[in-house]
Design a protein around this ligand. Structure first.
Ligand SMILES: NC(=O)c1ccc[n+]([C@@H]2O[C@H](COP(=O)([O-])OP(=O)(O)OC[C@H]3O[C@@H](n4cnc5c(N)ncnc54)[C@H](OP(=O)(O)O)[C@@H]3O)[C@@H](O)[C@H]2O)c1
Length: 287
C-alpha cells in the first residue's frame, strides 16, 4: 500500500498498520509535492503499489480562505494527479475527504446521497477533489471523515492538552456537533476497505463515496471535557460566535456511516473508546 502524505496524522497512523502481509510505504514531500511539477506516475510506478491511499491534504481551514489557490492545488489538482496515476497503474485509489463538503444546516447525520454545499474554501477544494477523483478513475473509494485527531502534530486533542497546562479552564464551542474520529481507528477502517477493494478487484463492488467516522456523537465542548478527564482543567462551554474565525464552519458535522457498514462491513469504535487509545499512545509518543 502506498500512502500519499508522509508526516500527516493519518499517514502516520496508516504506517502503524504495517503487518506481515501489509507493507505500507509513505510518499510525501519533498519527493512528491503537489506545488511542483513531477511525474507522479513514474514515481509511483517504481514502488509497484497494489493500492494507493491519498492521505495528503491542505487541511488549514482558515488558511484555505486566505490562500484558496494553495488549497485547490493540493486538495483538487493533487487529488486528480494521484487518481490519474492510479488509473494508469491499474490500481484502486482510496481518497480521504471531509464532512466540510456539507453546509451543516441539516438536523440529522449526513448521508452520501445528500447534496453537498460547502461553506468555505477548504470544503469547496475538497468537494472539487472528490469530483476530480470520480471523473478520473472509476476504481475509487472516497472516504469522508470528520474531527480527525491523534497524538501527532497539532490537532484539537493535542491543542486542548497543551492549553490545559497553562490554564485551569478552557473555553470550548458547545453549539457544533459531530463525531471525533481517531486517526488510528480511521487507519484500521481504511485497511479493511483496502482489503475489500483488492478482494473485489474484478467487480465494481465497494466503490464510490462512503462516510467513515467513529461511532457516537458529541459537541466540541463534550469532546474537550473527555480529553481533560482527570487533568484538573475544566471546560467552559461557549457559542461559536465567541471566536473570530475566518472560515465559516458547519454546525452539524455528523455523518451517517450505514453505507460503510452495509457494503464494507466496517464499523469504527465509539469515539470515547477510541479516545482512550489515543490518550494512552500520546503518553508513549510524548509531547
Ligand atoms: N484534520 C481533520 O480534522 C480532517 C477532518 C476531515 C477530513 N480530513 C482529511 O483527512 C486527510 C488527512 O488529514 P490529516 O489531518 O492527516 O492531515 P495533516 O496532518 O494536516 O497532514 C497533511 C498531509 O498532507 C500532505 N501535504 C500537504 N501539502 C502537500 C503538498 N503540497 N504536496 C504533497 N503533500 C502535501 C502533508 O505532507 P508532508 O508529510 O510532506 O508534510 C501531510 O502528510 C486529508 O485529506 C484531510 O482533508 C481531515
Amino acid at each position: 500500500m502506498i500512502v500519499i502524505g508522509r508526516s500527516g496524522q493519518l499517514a502516520r497512523a496508516l504506517a502503524g498498520q504495517e503487518s506481515a502481509d501489509l507493507t505500507v510505504v509513505r510518499l510525501g514531500r519533498p519527493h512528491l509535492d503537489f506545488r511542483t511539477v513531477c511525474d507522479t506516475t513514474a514515481l509511483l510506478s517504481d514502488l509497484r503499489p497494489d493500492i494507493i491511499v491519498n492521505a495528503a491534504g491542505f487541511t488549514d481551514v482558515d488558511g484555505s480562505e486566505r490562500t484558496p489557490d494553495a488549497a485547490f492545488r493540493v486538495n483538487c489538482d493533487g487529488a486528480r494527479r494521484i487518481a490519474g496515476s492510479a488509473a494508469a497503474l491499474g490500481v484502486p485509489l482510496i481518497h480521504v475527504s471531509t464532512e466540510y463538503v456539507f453546509d451543516g444546516f441539516s438536523n440529522r447525520p449526513y448521508r452520501e446521497v445528500d447534496s453537498a454545499a460547502p461553506l468555505n474554501a477548504y470544503g469547496r477544494s475538497k468537494l472539487r477533489g472528490e469530483a476530480a477523483v470520480a471523473a478520473t478513475t472509476p476504481d475509487h473509494a472516497i472516504l469522508r471523515t470528520s474531527w480527525l485527531y491523534s497524538p501527532y502534530g497539532r490537532n484539537f486533542f493535542t491543542k486542548v492538552l497543551e492549553k490545559s497546562g497553562a490554564s485551569a479552564e478552557i473555553p470550548v464551542v458547545a453549539d457544533r456537533h459531530g463525531s471525533p474520529t481517531s486517526a488510528f481507528e480511521l487507519a484500521r477502517g481504511i485497511e479493511r476497505v483496502a482489503r475489500n477493494l483488492l478482494a473485489w478487484r474484478d467487480s465494481r463492488r465497494g466503490r464510490g463515496i462512503f462516510h467513515m467516522t467513529c461511532a457516537g456523537e458529541t459537541r466540541w465542548a463534550g469532546f474537550a471535557s473527555e480529553i481533560l478527564r482527570n487533568t484538573g482543567c475544566t471546560v467552559r462551554p461557549v457559542t461559536s460566535d465567541s471566536f473570530v474565525e475566518l472560515a465559516r464552519r458547519p454546525m452539524n458535522s455528523r455523518l451517517c456511516n450505514d453505507r460503510l457498514s452495509d457494503v464494507h462491513g466496517v464499523v469504527l469504535a465509539r469515539w470515547q473508546d477510541a479516545l482512550s487509545e489515543v490518550r494512552t499512545r500520546y503518553g508513549e509518543v510524548g509531547r
